[in-house]
Design a protein around this ligand. Structure first.
Ligand SMILES: C[S@@+](CC[C@H](N)C(=O)[O-])C[C@H]1O[C@@H](n2cnc3c(N)ncnc32)[C@H](O)[C@@H]1O
Length: 231
């Protein structure tokens, strides 16, 4: 039984502004303790969710690797854009928020969230879309190519791998991210070096179909969309 049964969640669509997304997240994550609820709500001002949505095909089956509290899947389900969404993460607490939000959205039949010990344990799929948003900078550099390989292996032929992570350059934006992550996780993270993701994708015969650098406030984001060939 959810605590605030009457919370109404504003509807959203692909043209939603950060302010509309803030109101959406604040309502959908009403079961998440403050300050995490508040942080989820303000994230659209610094994280370009609006840019990610367009790369998920209507009716897609989506795996979100390192989904955290499931913001991306919550958005996709609320927009009725996906057929099914599976989120997995190595940390249990945010998955509780993700499940509660799915219930608030009436999307518990579409969205499921699984605790895993490594990406090797994620559902096999294959999926139309596999997303990995702001995960790799938390993975030790020596393990990154394996985590990447395990994620992209779950993309269907013709499907899409949607990658977004914090930029390594310019140094000012990298530092802003380092300080931010240090405050919230006590971890001085190491961003993924320029070109690394493209090189790993090449090893797995993925084609780069979209490449964008997205500055937001004091932060910078690297968006890459890869497609697996049909055969
Ligand atoms: C900054 S959060 C991003 C969460 C979510 N993708 C989002 O954008 O809201 C990073 C997440 O990656 C998860 N993570 C770190 N290493 C991971 C790994 N090896 N496999 C799966 N998830 C991992 C963390 O537990 C955390 O929830």
């Amino acid at each position: 039984m959810l605590a605030h049964a009457s919370t109404s969640i504003p509807s959203i669509d692909a043209s939603a502004t950060p302010a509309q997304l803030r109101r959406f997240f604040y309502a959908a994550y009403c079961d998440t303790p403050t300050p995490l609820r508040w942080l989820s709500a303000v994230r659209p001002y610094v994280c370009p969710f609006d840019k990610l949505l367009q790369f998920v095909r209507d009716g897609a089956d989506v795996l979100d690797v390192g989904c955290g509290a499931g913001s991306l899947l919550a958005l996709l389900a609320a927009m009725k854009k996906i057929r099914r969404g599976v989120g997995c993460d190595v940390t249990a607490a945010p998955l509780e928020s993700a499940r509660a939000a799915a219930q608030r959205l009436g999307a518990e039949n579409i969205l499921t969230f699984e605790l895993i010990r490594s990406v090797a344990e994620a559902p096999e799929g294959p999926f139309d879309t596999v997303a990995m948003v702001d995960v790799l900078h938390h993975v030790p550099p020596r393990d990154r190519s394996d985590v990447f390989a395990a994620a992209v292996r779950r993309v269907k032929p013709g499907g899409v791998f949607l990658y977004k992570d914090m930029t390594a350059r310019p140094g000012g934006r990298r530092l802003a991210h380092n300080i931010d992550d240090y405050i919230f996780t006590r971890e001085w993270v190491e961003q993924v070096p320029e070109g690394a993701v493209e090189a790993w994708a090449g090893d797995h015969r993925l084609t780069l179909v979209h490449d964008e650098y997205l500055p937001r406030l004091i932060y910078g984001h690297e968006l890459r969309v890869f497609q697996r060939p049909e055969r």
